[in-house]
Design a protein around this ligand. Structure first.
Ligand SMILES: Nc1nc2c(ncn2[C@@H]2O[C@H](COP(=O)(O)OP(=O)(O)OP(=O)(O)O)[C@@H](O)[C@H]2O)c(=O)[nH]1
Ligand SMILES: [Mg+2]
Length: 346
C-alpha cells in the first residue's frame, strides 16, 4: 500500500448564473414590464471524509477542483437552476489547511464528515428586480458572482490502532511483516521505511490496524530526518510498541529508549503518556539469554517493564500482540473516547 500523506489542491467554486434582461410580451399585455429572472447559485466545492479512500494519492495527480456555474436566469421571472456541489473524497483523518492564511479549515476525523471549502457565487439579479416606480423599464441585469477560490493543503494523519516506534533499524518493518500480511520493505540500513506502512493484524474476531512508522532520530520533533512528519502519524495511534534493538551494532537500548521518548515528549505531553509497550527486539542475536536479565534490571531502574522478542524468528511475537489486544478495548466504535488510557508514563 503506497501511502501519500500530503497534497495541495486548488479549489474554485462555480460562478453564479447571470441575471437576465427580458420584458413581458404577451398578446393581452400592452406594455410588458421587466420579467428577467435571477441566475442560479454556483456549485460549492465540498470535501468529505470516507473510508473508501486511504491515501491522498489521487490528489497528487488531480489538483484542480472546479465547481459548476449556476444556470442563467430566464424570461418570465424564471430563476436559473443552482449548480450541485462537487464533492471531493479524502481519507478519514485528513486535515485541511488554507495555504494562504495557514488556518486549519477542518479536521475530518469521522466517516462522512464534510466541509464546504469554497462557496459558489450568488446568481445575478434579473432586470425584474430593478424595476421601481421611477424606472419602469430597467435595461440591465447583474452578472453572477464569481465562486470562491482557495489553495488547500491536505494532510493525512494516520489513524491506526497500533504504532510501531523506534530508531531506524530497530526492526519495525520486520515485525509488521511477522504479524500482518504486509510486504513492508526491510533493509539492513537506516531509513528503509520513508512513508508509513499499514498492516492488519487479526486474531479471532478482533482486527487491529498497525502502522509501521519510519524511524525517529534525535531532533525528530524539530524536523530532523523528517521526524516531525513521522511524529504526526504516531499521534493518531492508540497504543505504541516501542522497539529497541539488542543487535551489537545498535545504540545502547536504554539510550535509544531515552532518545525516542524525549522526541515524543517534545512533541506533546499527551503523546508521551500514550500507552507504550517497551520491547527488546532481536533477542535471537544474544549468545546468552542471561543478558536479558541484565537488560530487565537496567530498565527496571528507569521504572520500565520490558518485554522481549525476535521479529525475525517470531519468538514471543504472539505474546506481544496478546498484550496489545489487552490494551485496546474491543468495541472501539462505541467507545470513541480519546482521553488517554490510565497508564503511567515512565
Ligand atoms: N537478528 C535479527 N535481525 C532483525 C530482527 N528484526 C529486524 N532485523 C534486521 O534489522 C534490519 C532492520 O530491520 P527493519 O525491519 O527494516 O527495521 P526498521 O525499524 O523498519 O528500520 P527503518 O525502516 O529504517 O526505520 C534488517 O536487516 C532486518 O533483517 C530480529 O528480530 N533479529
Ligand atoms: Mg522500516
Amino acid at each position: 500500500m503506497q501511502f501519500v500523506d500530503e497534497a495541495t489542491v486548488e479549489v474554485v467554486a462555480g460562478a453564479g448564473g447571470k441575471g437576465v434582461i427580458s420584458f413581458r410580451r404577451e398578446s393581452h399585455v400592452a406594455f410588458g414590464g421587466p420579467d428577467g429572472g435571477n441566475g442560479g447559485r454556483g456549485g460549492d466545492v465540498v470535501v468529505f471524509a470516507t473510508s473508501r479512500v486511504v491515501t491522498l494519492l489521487d490528489h497528487r495527480y488531480k489538483r484542480w477542483y472546479k465547481g459548476k456555474a449556476g444556470d442563467n436566469g430566464g424570461a418570465k421571472n424564471c430563476t436559473g437552476r443552482s449548480a450541485d456541489p462537487i464533492r471531493v473524497p479524502v481519507p478519514i483523518g485528513t486535515v485541511l489547511t488554507d495555504e494562504t492564511t495557514g488556518d486549519v479549515i477542518a479536521d475530518l476525523s469521522t466517516d462522512g464528515q464534510e466541509v464546504v471549502v469554497a462557496r459558489g457565487g450568488r446568481g445575478g439579479q434579473g432586470n425584474a428586480r430593478f424595476q421601481t416606480s421611477t424606472r419602469q423599464t430597467p435595461r440591465f441585469a447583474q452578472d453572477g458572482e464569481a465562486g470562491e477560490s482557495r489553495t488547500i493543503g491536505l494532510s493525512l494523519k494516520l489513524v491506526a490502532d497500533v504504532g510501531l516506534l523506534g530508531l531506524p533499524n530497530a526492526g519495525k518493518s520486520t515485525f509488521l511483516r511477522a504479524v500482518t500480511e504486509s510486504q513492508a520493505r526491510v533493509g539492513a540500513y537506516p531509513f528503509t521505511t520513508l512513508v508509513p506502512n499499514l498492516g492488519v493484524y487479526r486474531r479471532g474476531d478482533r482486527d487491529l490496524v498497525i502502522a509501521d512508522i519510519p524511524g525517529l532520530i534525535e531532533g525528530a520533533h524539530e524536523g530532523q530526518g523528517l521526524g516531525d512528519r513521522f511524529l504526526k502519524h504516531v499521534e493518531r495511534t492508540r497504543v505504541l510498541i516501542h522497539l529497541l534493538s539488542l543487535s551489537p551494532d545498535a545504540p545502547d537500548a536504554t539510550e535509544a529508549w531515552r532518545v525516542v521518548n524525549n522526541e515524543l515528549a517534545q512533541r506533546s505531553a499527551e503523546l508521551r503518556s500514550r500507552p507504550q509497550l517497551v520491547v527488546l527486539n532481536k533477542i535471537d542475536v544474544l549468545d546468552d539469554r542471561y543478558e536479558l536479565d541484565l537488560w530487565r534490571e537496567a530498565f527496571a531502574e528507569l521504572g520500565v517493564e520490558v518485554l522481549v522478542m525476535s521479529g525475525l524468528t517470531g519468538e514471543n511475537v504472539h505474546e506481544i500482540m496478546t498484550q496489545v489486544l489487552e490494551l485496546i478495548p474491543a468495541k472501539l466504535g462505541e467507545e470513541e473516547d480519546d482521553t488517554p488510557k490510565p497508564w503511567s508514563p515512565v
